[in-house]
Design a protein. Sequence first.
Length: 268
Amino acid sequence: MPIRTAIPIIKPTEQEFYELDHRVTGFAFQIHNEYGRLLDEEIYKCELARRCEQAGLPVVREMQVTFTHAGFRKDYFADLMIRSGLPVEAKATEQLVGANTAQTLGYLFACDLEHGTLLNFRPPKVEHEFVSTRLNTKERRRIRVHDDRWERAHPEMQSLQKLMLELLHDWGAYLEVPLYREALAFLINGQEKVGRRVEVFSGESVIGVQPVNLLTDDVAFSVTAVTRSPQQMEGHLQRFLNHTRLEAIAWINLHHADITFTTLRKAK
């Protein structure tokens, strides 16, 4: 299986989810009232797990989720998996941000679940967020490919596109970009050889070096998830390209289910 979880997942009904979430959140408020807002994150997780187990709710801490593809492997660890079907991410930060929601969504996608819970113990009152999706694995594999500006005849670019589409077939879209990027680097030639630094020029002078992923010695590749104004990202990539010795950038942009492959060439 391209995505494996450490335990079998049992998908709760919507009503079961809300009932379970209500109990778990109640424990979180109790802990916050008793211990305050200044403890380390791990202490909150430990105590929340202990109270759930005391109430007869089985808990797996740091539940492992593994993504694999053709020799590539990446492990993630969900904070708490309660009763085999409620992923709970517990934080102790000043405020929840989009990256926290995206992380929780990633676990929902990996486990093929619709609902999860995000808790933050640091504010004066426990911050609670429902994280939900209707996208199952089958739907996340329904992608739309846009490659009118892709140099399909270029052998390395042809190979890169094939690898990306294979990953999307295995894992589906909507996952975090670093996972796809790391997998591509590994599958192309290993991160140690793919990840390099290129010189950036102002006229004839080198003003610094920039880390990039190289498809060949003179072609870099970039994977992004720009959903607003992709033209701006294209402009920035083009300006970067024009100030290096690179000849091209193979750009893959993931806009939900729309996957755009674009080849950018140095301005003449």
